[in-house]
Every structure is written in structure tokens, then in C-alpha cells.
Design a binder for this molecule. Structure first.
Ligand SMILES: [Zn+2]
Length: 315
């Protein structure tokens, strides 16, 4: 029996930088800052106590240290997340911030977006970018993040200000306030509206990736991002998203390392990170234990694209 393409799953992967799972104590913003959308989905706050709270999927805890001593970091953690390769073990250490040549090569070869697209699936990186950003990289004044490299490897077109204006993109700060500083004629949006845009986008593709790092900035104690502000925007986005997400889309929310869940210091943690899986494919993700298992599982569940009957007849 063959599976028709219309029954294939769709995934929306929300990569939320710097979010670990910790107990519901007063130093954990996830336990103290109101997050009604998360609470409605989980039956409580995004803390260790909610693991296994939803039967057949829901919340699990993933190891982000990958057997390597020291604090997990963004370049290696994100590479592990988006390639399924144990990047910190390959390099022998956790690498902070932006990938160097070895991690960039790993992302170019093994990006989950690249492999999903090569298998015939429509993929996108939902974050918008400006021409000025690419010009800065071209001029050697900045480097791509692991997420951006994973998206570039796919060859799928990047989203821009026009997509943002048309509700076909969501910036990392959710509302677009940051993006507006670089692009004229961009309206700020409420987090709920941004979430609804993301839901609509994910409904038309097989794999949609969205990235935010406001949570990691808040965890590092950056003045412009309090835990309250970061969580209000994230939860508002989830409210709009969960209200409008088509029922064939499985939402996967995860992170590269802990940080924000311990507000009494400003460094990363070795805590597990959440994998919140909601939707028809959630049970397939309930048994994962490490962040480098997510990409292979997504690819396994997507499978090769099935050819339509007309394509089969032509060949
Ligand atoms: Zn960080």
C-alpha cells in the first residue's frame, strides 16, 4: 500500500535559543512569568514537572550536552539540532556563537532543510532577512548563524521585507520592531498576529523552521530583553499559532542549550532542553533523548515524497 502525498506529515520547528528545563522554583521565569498559551497546551508551565503530562507525546527532556564536558553552546548545539550530527563530540568541545569552517561544512552537507528538500519536500526558513544583512556577510563584517547556514544549504529562497508585510514571514523578535529599524514600511505586529502568520505558512509546506534568540539574550541578562518581555512575546506567538495551526501540522519546539530557566545567573546551563511536540506526529518524538535525534526523526517521518498519479503515469 502506498501513502499518498496528501497524508504526509507537516512539521513546524520552532527553535527557541537558550531554553532549558528546570524545576518550578522562583528563580525559573517559566514558573513565575504568566505564559497562558503554554499553560493551556501543557496543563502547566514549561518546567521539568510537566514531562509526560500529555499522553502520547507532549513534553520530553532532551540532553544538550551530548557527552561533552563544559557548558553547551550555540554553534555546536544548533549544528547538532539542524544536522543530527554530534557536533560538540566531533570538535571535542562546545563552540559558542557562530560556526567556523568545520561546523559550516557540516551544516552545508547535513542540514535537515537541505535533506528534506532533496527528498522532494517544500521547506522554508520563516524568518525574514534584509539585503543589508547579506551585504554585511559578503563584506566580511558578520558571519551567518548555524540556523541561517542550515537554511542556505537547502537552496530554498530566503524571506524578506515583502514577505513580512504580506504576513508570510515572522522575525526573530516576533513583533518586527528590530526589523523595522532596517526596512522602511514594516508595521509592528502583535505576537498573536505573528503566530497566526506562522500557522498559515506551516500549513502550506512540509517543513517550516522559525528561530528566535530573544530568550537567550534575556538569559544573558541583556538589558533590552527581560525574561518577562521574551516570554510574553513567545507565549503570545504560541497563542496565535496554536489557535490557527492546521491539524496536519506537528509543532516541535526545542532549544540548543539551557540559559533562561535560571535567572539568578547569566550563563548557559547543562540542564536538559524541552522538546514540546504537539500534533499528529507527536508520539513519534516522545522517545527522543538528545537534541541530535530531532533532525533524523523529522526526515524519517517525512520520508521520500510520493509521486502523484500523473507523475507515475508519465514515467
Ligand atoms: Zn547564549
Amino acid at each position: 500500500m502506498s501513502i499518498s502525498d496528501s497524508s504526509r506529515p507537516r512539521f513546524l520547528l520552532l527553535f527557541v535559543d537558550g531554553v532549558g528545563l528546570a524545576p518550578a522554583v522562583e528563580t525559573n521565569p517559566f514558573a513565575t512569568v504568566p505564559t497562558p498559551a503554554l499553560a493551556a497546551a501543557l496543563g502547566g508551565a514549561l518546567t521539568l514537572e510537566r514531562i509526560g503530562a500529555i499522553p502520547g507525546g507532549g513534553l520530553s527532556a532532551l540532553d544538550a550536552t551530548l557527552g561533552v564536558p563544559g557548558l553547551p553552546q550555540s554553534a555546536t548545539g544548533q549544528t547538532a539540532l539542524f544536522t543530527g550530527e554530534n557536533a560538540p563530540a566531533l570538535l571535542g568541545r562546545h563552540v559558542a556563537a557562530l560556526p567556523g569552517p568545520r561546523l559550516a561544512a557540516l551544516l552545508a552537507d547535513h542540514s535537515v532543510l537541505k535533506r528534506a528538500r532533496a527528498a522532494g519536500h517544500a521547506v522554508t526558513f520563516a524568518n525574514p532577512f534584509t539585503p543589508a544583512y547579506f551585504a554585511e556577510v559578503e563584506a566580511g563584517r558578520r558571519r551567518h548563524s548555524a540556523t541561517t547556514l542550515a537554511a542556505l544549504a537547502s537552496g530554498a529562497p530566503f524571506r524578506d521585507a515583502d514577505d513580512l508585510r504580506a504576513g508570510r514571514a515572522v522575525p526573530w523578535d516576533v513583533t518586527g520592531a528590530f526589523f523595522k529599524a532596517f526596512e522602511a514600511n514594516v508595521e509592528e505586529r502583535l505576537p498573536e498576529a505573528a503566530g497566526r502568520s506562522l500557522a498559515r505558512l506551516a500549513g502550506g509546506l512540509r517543513l517550516t523552521l522559525w528561530e528566535t534568540f530573544m530568550t537567550d539574550l534575556a538569559g544573558h541578562g541583556r538589558r533590552e530583553w527581560t525574561p518577562e518581555e521574551a516570554l510574553a512575546r513567545l507565549d503570545g506567538l504560541l497563542a496565535g499559532l496554536l489557535a490557527d495551526l492546521p491539524n496536519d501540522v506537528t509543532l516541535l519546539l526545542t532549544s540548543d542549550h539551557g540559559n533562561l530557566e535560571e535567572r539568578h545567573h547569566t550563563s548557559h546551563t547543562r540542564n536538559p532542553v524541552p522538546l514540546l511536540a504537539l500534533g499528529p506526529e507527536a508520539p513519534a518524538f516522545a522517545t527522543l533523548t538528545r537534541i541530535d535525534e530531532i533532525a533524523p526523526k523529522i526526515l524519517e517521518r517525512l520520508g521520500p515524497r510520493q509521486r502523484s498519479l500523473s507523475e507515475t503515469r508519465r514515467s
